[in-house]
Design a protein around this ligand. Structure first.
Ligand code: 5GP
Length: 175
């Protein structure tokens, strides 16, 4: 299916570098635990941590709320958890996209109960028009319109994650 580009590879790489530099400044003298929300985060997180000049560890979690649909079910299911405790760590949650906010809101509440030293959110994309739970995004790449996007780790029915840019499937673009 044809894909209409929305954010180019160059724009993404520039932004990821800026985010990494900002995170490096903000956490000076600290160690970071970067926790990615699979699967969508994997390209973004891989690029991001290479621009963070700090001692850091990486971990991953997986939650689902979508299945193969393009609209949120509103139900968040925890598929697997971090492999190391986050207590007393400076945790940075890395998301591909924040849409309704339900997923990240659930994760923030869940993680907060484990008493991290600090807890912040970094997301490549945000679709503010669809907000159902307002969350503070501490580090944000791009604000985008309310369209279903794919590429750079984001999928539709498991495909398109390997595109180096973010795009919209032609059938989802304006008529
Ligand atoms: P939320 O709970 O904020 O509605 O959605 C978060 C999750 O939904 C994201 O981590 C992502 O997996 C999925 N999602 C939301 N919007 C999109 C989109 O436009 N494209 C894709 N591929 N996934 C999306």
């Amino acid at each position: 299916m044809p894909v209409i580009p929305l954010i180019s590879q160059e724009e993404i790489q520039q932004k990821v570098q800026e985010l990494g530099q900002k995170i490096t400044q903000d956490y000076q003298g600290k160690e970071l635990d970067v926790v990615g929300v699979l699967k969508g985060c994997f390209l973004f997180m891989a690029d991001l941590i290479r621009h963070i000049q700090l001692p850091l560890t990486c971990d991953f979690i997986r939650v689902s709320s979508y299945g193969d649909q393009k609209v949120s079910s509103g139900v968040v299911r925890f598929d697997f958890d971090v492999t190391q405790p986050i207590t007393n760590k400076h945790v940075l949650l890395v998301e591909d996209i924040i849409d309704t906010g339900l997923t990240i809101n659930y994760l923030l509440q869940n993680f907060q109960t484990r008493n991290p030293a600090s807890l912040k959110v970094c997301s490549l994309l945000h679709k503010p028009e669809n907000t159902r739970k307002k969350v503070q995004i501490d580090y944000l790449g791009f604000t985008i319109p309310n369209k279903f996007v794919i590429g750079y780790g984001l999928d539709f029915a498991g495909k398109y994650r390997n595109l180096p840019y973010v795009g919209i499937l032609e059938e989802d673009a304006e008529p």
